[in-house]
Ligand binder design. Structure first.
Ligand code: 7RM
Length: 631
């Protein structure tokens, strides 16, 4: 792989160059891609406006980089391996040639249905190969895709379709996820009653469930592609034209439609993919995320395909038919790079170890983690049982807004340190800063900001540039603020400690919830925990802990005492919890992030307005927690 850094020394050299002369550095990286016209300038930026332009004046189409350019060199290599929810259903392998054909064919179908450059197209589909084809077909014709995770409710879909004024919706009849066969089209029908901008919907048949088709609006996918030409000229796009919108929920208010553009996003996702995972030709790479999240966009579809990789797409869940499914799939496809989330690791860690040991995991070379801080216990379990102490773990810190991985070790190339995301990628300039804006040097902890643009930074919030500025560029002048807190060790490694909105001030002491949770989780009876603050007459705020215990462990005050002793011992008595509620689960977003907003409200007995909980992975747990609340 032409973009790969191969030694720690080279990393240091490249990093230095990227900081000293970012334009020269990224200009060179960008030469590894296919452009229809070269750029006038590599970078123009102003974080005050804010305005960021990478490769201005350049023309390209990202699908020519993900597909056409591989046809000669690796046309018969598998581009996508699709693994079904049901292990007895045959997997699907699409070569680069086949993928190219299918993308072009569907792109023509989109045009026939009236799609054109600049249109916003909503994609609400389960994890089937056609989902990847849909993204690429939109990109082929210059339409802007807006993928909505096919598990979100009709009202979530309405908000997102209306915000972007989408004219077409791509969907399926239904989908499979674990034991569930769920409806998709009926949710779209419900949503489309409130989305006047939508003119057409194309529906893929997946489960064969009964659907109602609306004359003039709805058309089956197979009918839409019938007779379509498999040749489709790629639309010429400006580097700064929008490639996609992806919604991310803020801690308050309506979701933010993050806008990513064609040139910089392509360059950075491919560059970071090749370096972080150290993908080698013929490797099989698997990221378990759903394409409904940024991780799926960047590291199932665009980054790997722009690198000519073989990427696995998985329709199912880690627990079906049993908790060994991930390892079965690794063995089946001889996966070399495996990328998942700490929440999945923690869940799988609870299973009997035979579910791991009965599968041959010897193909694995690199393990990845993303989405939240990985606690030491989970890191060790992953390292020992999955990597057999033999696979570097890349703990990749990044955000929907950053488009690509920002801080991570490069597998086997730069040093790793458990629970630390470690060093910034070339081109990424992290800063630790106090709440008041004083820049901190050396070994320290603070708020994490980035003081220079990188190619895949989101350019705006769709339709709300003011909110973009306020959210990311107003906390610290001239810097992008991540919303996360971090600490830096003497070697410059970063450990992300969690969102800074998770800091609670108890009796004047700033307490981050993440370290307290980590210490609680070390208790042998504890699976997972979440700490929030609630108003307290004397302390200002006090701590409320929600704790999940291992199956069969009795809830007792003795255990509450033990947990508090452990906190007092490891952090200090100030961090002891006033209230500890044992729960069977924590409310989580679909991407595994704890919804602290809800827990905070319950702890404060403010349960009348919990807000929208329909997008949660496990909304049912909320009632249980309210019921068992400690007043
Ligand atoms: C990729 C993704 C972003 C937020 C981010 C952090 C947290 C993500 C890590 C992490 C610690 C990590 N995009 N986060 N990765 N925290 N270590 N390796 O997750 O937009 O959905 O979330 O997730 O708080 O700000 S996201």
């Amino acid at each position: 792989m032409s973009l790969q850094i191969k030694s720690f020394e080279e990393y240091r050299e490249q990093y230095k160059k990227s900081v000293e002369n970012p334009s020269e550095f990224w200009g060179k990286v960008a030469e590894n891609f296919v452009w229809k016209k070269k750029w006038n300038t590599v970078l123009e930026w102003d974080f005050d406006k804010p305005e960021i332009k990478w490769f201005d004046g350049a023309k390209l189409n990202i699908t020519e980089n993900c597909l056409d350019r591989h046809l000669e060199t690796r046309g018969d290599q598998t581009a996508i391996i699709w693994e079904a929810n049901d292990p007895s259903e045959a997997s699907v392998k699409l070569t680069y040639k086949e993928l190219h054909t299918k993308v072009c064919q569907f792109a023509n179908a989109l045009k026939k249905q009236g799609a054109k450059k600049g249109d916003r197209i909503c994609i609400y589909m389960p994890m089937v190969p056609e989902l990847a084809i849909a993204l690429l077909a939109c990109a082929r014709i210059g339409a802007i895709h807006s993928v909505v995770f096919a598990g979100f409710s009709a009202s979530a879909l309405v908000n997102r379709i209306n915000d972007a004024q989408c004219n077409i919706v791509l969907t399926s009849d239904g989908g499979y996820r674990g034991v569930k066969k769920f409806e998709v089209k009926s949710i779209v029908d419900e949503a489309l009653a409130e989305t006047p901008s939508v003119e057409k919907s194309i529906i893929l048949k997946r489960t064969g469930c009964v659907v109602t088709m609306q004359e003039g609006r709805d058309i089956w996918w197979h009918d839409a592609i019938a007779d379509m030409d498999t040749h489709c000229e790629a639309e010429e796009m400006d580097a700064e034209d929008m490639l996609f919108i992806l919604y991310t929920s803020g801690s308050t208010g309506k979701p933010k439609g993050m806008v990513h553009t064609c040139g910089g996003y392509m360059v950075y996702t491919a560059y970071s993919f090749q370096n972080v995972f150290q993908y080698e030709p013929n490797d099989i790479y698997w990221c378990t995320a759903d394409i409904g999240w940024i991780t799926g966009h960047s590291y199932i579809v665009y980054g790997p395909l722009a690198s000519g990789a073989t990427t696995v797409m998985f329709e199912g869940v880690p627990s079906y038919p049993d908790g060994g499914r991930f390892w079965e799939v690794v063995a089946k496809h001889k996966v070399n790079q495996f990328y998942t989330a700490p929440t999945a690791i923690r869940a799988l860690q609870k299973n009997p170890i035979e579910l791991v040991t009965k599968h041959d995991l010897s193909s694995l070379k690199t393990l990845g983690s993303v989405g939240e801080p990985i606690n030491e216990e989970a890191w060790n379990w992953y390292n020992e049982n999955i990597g057999k102490g033999n696979c570097p773990i890349v703990d990749t810190w990044w955000q929907t807004e950053t488009g690509g991985i920002m801080i991570s070790s490069l597998s086997g190339v730069t040093p790793q340190k458990a629970t630390f995301a470690s060093l910034p990628l070339p081109g990424i300039q992290p800063i630790l800063i106090t709440e008041k804006g004083e820049i901190l040097e050396g070994e320290t902890k603070g708020r994490l900001a980035i003081n220079h643009p990188w190619p895949s930074i989101a350019r705006t919030i769709y339709g709300d540039h003011k909110r973009y500025k306020e959210t990311y560029f107003s906390a610290f002048k001239g810097m992008y603020f991540t919303g996360d807190g971090a600490l830096r060790d003497a070697d410059g490694n970063y450990r992300i400690t969690g969102r800074v909105d998770d800091v609670i001030i108890v009796s004047g002491h700033n307490l981050g919830t993440a370290p307290i949770e980590n210490h609680i989780n070390e208790h042998e009876a504890v699976v997972e925990s979440a700490i929030v603050g609630f108003p307290h007459d004397i302390k200002g705020n006090a701590l409320y802990g929600y704790v999940i215990l291992h199956d069969g462990v009795a809830h007792s005050d003795t255990l509450r005492k033990e947990i508090n002793n452990q906190i007092a011992h490891s952090i200090g008595p100030i961090a002891k919890l006033d209230k500890i509620q044992f729960v069977s689960g924590l409310p989580k977003t679909r991407s595994g992030k704890i919804m602290r907003r809800i827990l905070r409200k319950i702890a404060s007995n403010d349960i009348d307005q919990l807000g929208d909980i329909s997008t949660l992975l496990n909304p049912e747990v909320v009632a249980e927690i309210i019921e068992g609340r400690i007043g």
